[in-house]
Write a new protein. Structure first.
Lengths: 364, 473
């Protein structure tokens, strides 16, 4: 059953095309069904007697949940609300698309990618498990295919003499499950268990390296009343503060680059300047993409990359095309998952790196 | 369309051979999303639980060459082809009323050229217009085509419906802004209009295809004029004692100077929409404008603006309301502000010379308000030396419950309003197009001249596959 809020939003969006120019999925697939209006129309038809078909549910899972539509809406409607509920409905009605099923199973096991934890990261997690106020939360991507970012951030924290800890067998937060399953008891329980473990470990401040988790802890877990006694600071804000306090000695890099704002960071958390402060500290000549900060475009995300890799890959390539127009040969991002996505489709004569990998090499 | 046995599969595989399997869909959900555009009838129909009109195939070509091959297939099998851009048109032009193929152009979305010497920009026509504008903005220019559907319509959609933007009084309509086009004819031939629109080599081919609503071919590429961003843009708002005085003042103004934005609202719209969104509390006819360009020239235009507005006794409301309108220019069209079901509504935009404007306004108001429970609001938002358009809307809060009865009443109101405009020197439509909504009235508008369009249609599309039931063709 869809909530009245979801139905209200779908009814508002069903005849409104205003955000289609910014929907990164619709712009690459070019299908009407891959726009907030298309999905809202299908849901509104369902309310009025034309039931959602399995292929309609497929469209619901093809949304990147990047919130570009909500951010653009002049009257404040948020399509992801009904998208998430449609996903719950798909699970309840046993019509989860074939492409999503294995990813959902992996997510329930704690990792959407199902990749093994990187050995160096595993060692670091063992090494830094002693109690500290600051807890570095890595999450799925940074532990596996985005491990370069994690190892670089660990080095940076060491260089700044930060006392920090990690959980040796870091539990899943439920952030990706939330995107796949919506607001369900399973997701809330996963988040609750994770936060209890963090509390039991004695941490006071969580520093997630991946903005997806920062957003999940700060917004969703807070809304569910699970954050008691815990504070969340994004990794970029935390490191920018270390630089501002003079705890890191950063060598100037004589390079020009463009910066991709991760959508969770820039749109959901409205945090755009700490990353730029880090880049400025490295002396990087920033050549901004036209769509920057809150207007950033999702590069494919973590979940969509697993469920619909071709679609996510097309989104990454589209963002690369925008990066290329800046004239810079280097694209920097501030999210391990974004870094993995961009690496997979790096165009000729271009390079990509994570902000912490670059900073680590610039710090003595 | 009715396809016998496995014929639909045979055609599907031919289409897939042209554009790739991933760019052809016969899925039910996809079909439904192409069955509703901004046309009130389609929206009401869906909201009443009726199944929207559905295509048999959705095909997404990536180039003019692919469009050409699709049209050849469609011609061979005599399958209707409905070209779809953003689907945000209000006239039902893109709806697949005859089934067959929806040809979604949005994969054709590349920027082709930005020429700073000639100040032109060229792109494929499936690009969302906002994205074209952003490409221009990145280099310090603007196409200056800023309609309310900027973020949702495509380049092709604007061309196919002779669209207009809020800056039109200074920078022109889409038909003034477009220099040249590539068009795929119904037989699959790919043609180009001449490189420039000003010549003496016969009639302007651009103007045959601009406004043709997919009935004569598919526009696949277009080149537009580029404008420098103005050194200054100054906003102002005035309140006239009534609509009549406002029209006289605006006429005199645009015959002397060229504001980019000039919008005059009648008394009914001033006390409703303008009050709600802009916060103007006083009765009268609200007018907002923008003057732009080099500051020295704007100084002169501003002086003339004040002289004219003073002459007609307008109350100067300062720059704040003008700026506020500009900031909220598309807020008017978002859910919660724009008319929506269960209301019945429509925009009967017409255009005429100044001598007829008021006559048309009163005649349309009378014609529309004769229907019980219908109210009428209007504004004039695109001005020429010789005349202006009236963006008049009718609203009925409690239309008939029965959708078929509602359609009949809707069409009666439209017939009455548009015929009142035409009888008094107005034109059937200013900038939304004809589509399915006004198709039946095209012959009344053109009379004997309609044979020119009919001959073109017969010659270019003898099988009649291109967007049936639209544009009176």
């Amino acid at each position: 059953m869809f909530s009245s809020q979801a139905r209200k939003i779908a009814d508002a969006c069903r005849f409104c095309w205003m955000c289609r120019h910014i929907c990164p999925v619709g712009l690459v697939s070019c299908k009407e069904g891959n726009t907030p209006r298309g999905r809202a129309l299908l849901l509104s038809l369902d309310t009025r007697g034309t039931s959602l078909t399995p292929d309609a549910y497929e469209l619901m899972f093809q949304c990147a949940l990047c919130n570009a539509c909500s951010h653009d809406c002049a009257t404040g409607f948020e399509p992801p609300v009904f998208i998430r509920e449609a996903r719950v409905e798909a699970i309840v009605n046993d019509v989860v698309p074939e492409a999503v099923k294995p990813v959902l199973e992996r997510a329930m096991d704690g990792s959407i990618s199902g990749l093994p934890v990187n050995n160096e990261v595993k060692e670091a997690m063992k090494k830094y498990h002693q109690k500290a106020d600051i807890l570095l939360y890595l999450g799925d991507s940074a532990k596996t295919n985005g491990s370069k970012s994690a190892l670089a951030l660990i080095n940076i924290l060491k260089k700044a003499n930060v006392s920090f800890m990690m959980l040796e067998d870091e539990p899943d937060s439920g952030a990706h499950l939330y995107d796949l399953m919506g607001n369900t008891a399973d997701v809330q329980n996963t988040a609750k268990e994770c936060l209890n473990r963090i509390r039991e470990a004695g941490a006071k401040t969580i520093v997630p390296i991946d903005p997806t988790y920062s957003r999940f802890f700060k917004h969703q877990c807070n809304e569910w009343g699970l954050m008691d006694g815990l504070k969340v600071v994004t990794a970029t804000a935390f490191v920018a503060e270390l630089i501002a306090e003079g705890k890191l000695k950063v060598e100037k890099q004589n390079i020009a680059a463009t910066f991709h704002d991760p959508c969770r960071l820039s749109r959901d958390l409205e945090e755009t300047e700490p990353a730029r402060a880090i880049l400025a500290a490295m002396g990087i000549e920033l050549q901004e993409m036209f769509l920057n900060r809150g207007l950033t475009k999702c590069c494919g995300g973590a979940v969509l990359k697993e469920t619909y890799p071709k679609l996510a890959g097309d989104m990454t390539k589209a963002r690369w095309d925008e990066a290329k127009t800046t004239g810079a040969n280097l694209l920097i991002t501030a999210c391990p998952c974004c870094a993995v996505n961009f690496s997979a489709y790096t165009p000729e004569n271009m390079e990509t790196t994570d902000i912490f990998v670059l900073l680590d090499s610039a710090c003595k | 369309m009715q396809f016998k046995e496995f014929m639909i599969n045979m055609i599907q595989s031919e289409l897939e051979d042209v554009v790739g399997q991933q760019n052809v869909s016969v899925l039910e959900a996809d079909k439904l999303t192409y069955g509703v555009d901004y046309f009130w009838v389609g929206r009401m129909w869906a909201d009443k639980g009726r199944v929207p009109p559905k295509p048999d195939f959705i095909v997404m070509p990536g180039s003019a060459e692919e469009v050409s091959k699709i049209l050849k297939i469609a011609n061979y099998y005599k399958i209707p082809v409905h070209t779809w851009g953003g689907g945000s048109g209000s006239q039902g032009s893109a709806l697949p009323m005859a089934g067959g193929i929806i040809l979604d152009t949005k994969r054709m979305n590349k920027l082709l050229d930005l020429n700073e010497c000639s100040r032109t920009i060229s792109a494929e026509t499936g690009m969302i217009f906002q994205n074209l504008e952003w490409h221009a903005n990145q280099r310090g220019y603007s196409v200056m085509h800023i309609p309310s559907c900027l973020t949702c319509g495509t380049i092709g959609g604007a061309l196919a419906h002779r669209g207009i933007g809020i800056m039109s009084t200074k920078y022109g309509k889409i038909d003034d802004q477009c220099l040249s086009m590539e068009v795929v004819l119904p037989n699959g031939d790919i043609i180009n209009t001449l490189p420039v629109p000003k010549h003496a080599a016969g009639p302007d081919l651009n103007q045959i295809f601009i406004g043709s609503e997919g009935t004569l071919g598919v526009i696949t590429k277009a080149t537009f004029r580029l404008f420098e961003q103005p050194e200054t843009r100054r906003f102002r708002a005035f309140l006239f004692k009534d609509f009549t005085t406002g029209i006289a003042a605006c006429r005199e103004m645009v015959q002397k100077i060229k504001p980019s934005i000039l919008r005059l609202f009648d008394e009914a719209e001033t006390v409703s929409i303008i009050k709600k969104i802009i916060g103007v509390e006083k009765p009268g006819a609200f007018m907002n404008l923008a003057l732009e360009g080099y500051a020295d020239m704007v100084d002169i235009e501003e002086r003339i603006m004040f002289e004219v507005c003073n002459k007609y006794g307008a109350e100067d409301m300062g720059s704040e309301y003008g700026e506020k309108w500009y900031q909220n220019r598309i807020t008017f069209f978002y859910p919660g502000h724009i008319m929506n079901n269960p209301q019945m509504f429509g925009t009967m935009d017409t255009v005429s010379t100044y001598e007829n404007v008021e006559k048309i306004y009163w005649a349309m108001k009378k014609a529309v308000e004769q229907f019980k429970g219908v109210r009428f609001i209007a504004h004039c938002s695109h001005w020429y030396d010789w005349g202006t358009m009236i963006y008049d809307r009718f609203i009925m809060d409690e239309p008939p419950e029965d959708p078929e009865e509602a359609i009949r009443l809707h069409n009666k109101i439209w017939n009455a309003g548009v015929r009142a405009a035409m009888a008094n020197g107005g034109v059937i439509n200013d900038h939304h197009g004809i589509g399915l909504k006004l198709s039946r009235l095209m012959k009344e508008q053109y009379g004997g001249a309609m044979q020119v369009f009919e001959a073109l249609k017969k010659s270019l599309d003898p099988a009649g596959i291109m967007n049936p039931y639209k544009l009176g063709l």
